[in-house]
Design a protein around this ligand. Structure first.
Ligand code: GDP
Ligand code: IMO
Ligand code: MG
Length: 429
């Protein structure tokens, strides 16, 4: 299996980190190829909980190379803090972490712009970003004039570039009522030059490395960040992130032609969550929503915000599974649903009195879409100790079969708790 991708099919936090960590032992290379410090991927190994924002979730396996490739936007203090904290906990981070010199760097002006823009409303609602400067950094990448890539930080004109950009950003930010006082080019230069020195041993041409790896038949695992419904082109625009977080982004972000990618695992929660603004048809704004939040401990890994919770939306996931070229589903957090008296699946929407089973492209239409549910009796059995799919309660198996049928993909992996051991794999017939 030369190239396998793990892609979130909802609005992020589907437990991609757990799955990537689990699969890592079968691979030579693990790649983070889009997003940045907005991601928060949790890996639980026994008593140890690791929250990774930038570093691929393969880092906990000492035999794997971990790559951060050109499609990522890099926040130097975040990744350096992560390296320090992993090393303090005895995890090796050295040659096993390579960062592309092509990644774009998030600077303090991006954080200021994110704060200023997030105060603005779109169709009456704030996007509710993670405030990690993601949108502004990607905007500068596409705009080109004000962009600085990691490789630029080692060049003679780095200081001059910071001076030029800060002057321009102060003009832009004052028009946005943003904070400009703290943007001192000399202070920023000194700080980021020091980051560049510390990052130097990890900086590499990951594109050349990856092409050599795939041509030598090495196995590569691509770790998606966010989820397909947050994809800049295909998600619930404008309530999305600024990168291609569905399966279509893997090739562009990593620099690997699609021919080297031959398996896509779509990760879903057994229900739905969303952090930040935007339409969410199956959202439960009631006691049941709170119950799911409590049972699933649904609070953001990056920002600590309570996650909005709701039932599984098969219309949305069928759309993202097709879009992402998913071969198999990995259904996570089945233990959470296993405590409820009944569970629901959204099988279609009612849009202005008409039953539809496609995912609307406009956020306003999605906002009006009312879920049409199928109700399934709950099984109310603690499944956290179950280790074989055949040992799951009949109700839980019926639920998984129905999810698979509605989404149109087989369920091959099921998770019933955060730990590595709490995972079941379907064995081929
Ligand atoms: P990611 O961003 O997709 O990697 O997901 P997050 O790490 O942000 O959120 C997933 C959370 O669910 C983490 O706290 C995991 O430890 C936890 N988790 C993973 N799988 C399961 C599961 O099957 N059941 C429960 N209860 N928690 C899980
Ligand atoms: P992982 O990788 C959940 C959401 C934000 C906001 C929108 C835009 O852990 O699944 P941004 O800061 O990217 O400009 O915010 O996207 N968002 C996420 N939600 N999980 C994530 O990452 C997310 N990354 C961004 O809440 O709604
Ligand atoms: Mg997360």
């Amino acid at each position: 299996m030369p190239g396998t991708c793990v892609i979130g099919l909802q609005w992020g936090d589907e437990a991609k980190g757990k799955l990537v960590d689990l699969l890592t032992s079968q691979f030579d290379v693990v790649v983070r190829y889009q997003g940045g410090a907005n991601a928060g991927h949790t890996v639980v190994i026994g008593e140890n909980v690791y929250k990774l924002h930038h570093i691929p979730s393969g880092i906990l396996n000492p035999n794997v190379r971990n790559l951060v490739t050109p499609g990522v936007v890099l926040n130097p203090p975040t990744i350096l803090g992560e390296i320090d904290s992993l090393q303090q906990r005895g995890v090796e981070v050295g040659d096993n972490l390579m960062i592309s010199d092509r990644v774009h760097v998030v600077f303090p002006w991006h954080l200021a712009e994110d704060r200023a823009m997030n105060a603005e409303r779109v169709s009456g609602e704030s996007i509710g970003t993670t405030l990690r400067g993601i949108g502004p950094c990607y905007r500068d990448k596409v705009g080109r004039n004000f962009a600085i890539r990691l490789g630029d930080m080692y060049r003679d004109d780095f200081r001059e570039r910071i001076h030029e950009i800060v002057a321009a950003k102060k003009r832009i930010l004052s028009n946005l009522n943003g904070e400009v006082e703290s943007l001192d080019p000399e202070v920023i230069f000194a700080e980021f030059a020091a980051y560049a020195e510390r990052l130097r041993p990890h900086v590499a041409d990951t594109t050349a490395f990856l092409l050599d790896a795939v041509e030598a038949n090495q196995k590569v695992l691509y770790e998606g960040a966010q989820g397909a419904l947050l994809d800049i082109d295909h998600g619930t625009f404008p309530f999305v992130t600024s990168s291609n977080s569905s399966g279509v982004g893997v090739s562009a972000g990593s620099g690997i032609p699609p021919r080297w990618i031959n398996r896509v695992i779509g990760v879903v929660k057994a229900y739905s969550t969303r952090v930040g603004g935007g339409p969410f048809p199956t959202e439960l704004d009631d006691d049941m929503g709170q119950r799911i939040r409590d049972l699933g401990n649904e609070y953001g890994t990056t920002t600590g915000r309570p996650r909005r919770c709701g039932w599984f939306d098969a219309v949305a996931v069928r759309y993202t599974a097709r879009l992402s070229g998913v071969d198999a589903l990995s259904v996570m957090m089945l233990d959470v649903l296993s405590q409820l008296p009944e569970v629901r699946i959204c099988v279609a929407y009612d849009l202005d009195g008409e039953r539809i089973d496609h995912f609307p492209s406009h956020a306003d239409d999605l906002r009006r879409a009312k879920p049409i549910y199928e109700t399934i009796p709950g099984w109310e059995v603690d499944v956290t100790g179950v280790r074989e799919l055949a040992d799951l309660p009949a109700g839980a198996r019926r639920y998984l079969d129905r999810v698979s049928e509605l989404v149109g993909r087989p369920v091959e992996i099921v998770s019933v708790g955060p730990d590595r051991a709490q995972t079941m794999f379907a064995t081929p017939d």
